[in-house]
Ligand binder design. Structure first.
Ligand code: B1M
Length: 213
């Protein structure tokens, strides 16, 4: 019997091999991918975050744990994906300039894909001009922005201002997320939605595209 706690533990230990193996076993045993994500992997990363905060873990341990988490997410991604013909709308998503944190952004991207969105993931530390370029090119209904640092969250404002300047802001909705982001901050920079977690991100994206159509 696969224990979701063991999956959490593999992330906490930064054991990518074990995290992947246990995720595969859980899938074979028909544990729903959403359960593996929310009851196995994410709680493991929460513990890592606490340990980092309490100076029990330092950057190398956190990095190793993040690799284990991302390795398991790679296995879950296809299980959550929707078939291309049924896409609801396009989402462009990224972590903003100066910020290397991608776990939350990857989860948000995966959950949106699973909910039927076509997701174009620009990656991490994406310069504002690249975001604007990607919006021009892909004409998404939603732009998802992630920032985990108080020093990089202000780059979200720069992106929204750049979109306004280019006349692109009215054609899409911006959802912001990441640990330091709040509803107030989101409102203050002119974002259309604040997603404290990926599930709420999907709910907001669904609500916003209904408003668009
Ligand atoms: Co960093 N780090 N880190 N780190 N790191 C934090 C963010 C920090 C809070 C830790 C702490 O001190 N307690 C702190 C920031 C402090 C601050 O700004 N006030 C911090 C720091 C200081 C740093 C460095 C500066 C450390 C250093 O070098 N001395 C450095 C900065 C590097 C950089 O970005 N330029 C750094 C580096 C790293 C690692 C590389 C080691 C690693 C990242 C690896 C990776 O991502 N591949 C790392 C990690 C892992 C963390 C913590 C421990 C965990 C973050 C995480 O993955 N959480 C973090 C502590 C914390 O957040 N409590 C910390 C799990 C994830 C599932 O949650 O990302 O919040 P989250 O995503 C959620 C929601 O926010 C939301 O949905 C997600 C899923 O539910 N969401 C969205 C997020 N984005 C969304 C977008 C959407 C929708 C929803 O769009 C539609």
């Amino acid at each position: 019997m696969i224990e979701l706690n063991d999956i959490s533990q593999a992330v906490i230990e930064g054991n990518a091999k074990k995290a992947k193996e246990l995720t595969l076993i859980a899938i074979e045993k028909n544990v729903p991918p959403e359960t593996i994500l929310h009851k196995g992997l994410v709680p493991g990363m929460d513990v890592v975050g606490q340990k980092f905060k309490n100076n029990e873990y330092y950057v190398p341990e956190v990095l190793i744990a993040a690799r284990a988490m991302n390795a398991a997410l790679d296995i879950l991604r296809p299980k959550l994906a929707t078939d291309a013909a049924n896409y609801k709308a396009t989402v462009v998503i990224c972590t903003v300039k100066g910020d290397l944190h991608d776990i939350g952004k990857n989860i948000a991207a995966m959950m949106l894909e699973g909910a039927g969105f076509r997701v174009i993931d620009l990656g991490i530390a994406v310069p504002t001009e690249k975001v604007v370029e990607a919006v021009k090119l892909n004409k998404p209904a939603i732009l998802g922005l992630s920032a985990l640092l108080t020093t990089t969250m202000t780059n979200m404002k720069d992106i929204i201002e750049a979109l306004e300047k280019e006349g692109l802001k009215d054609s899409l909705k911006v959802i912001v997320g990441g640990a330091p982001i709040t509803e107030e901050f989101a409102k203050s920079i002119g974002a259309d939605g604040y997603a404290p977690d990926a599930t709420i991100g999907v709910q907001i994206a669904n609500a916003l595209i209904q408003g668009i159509s």
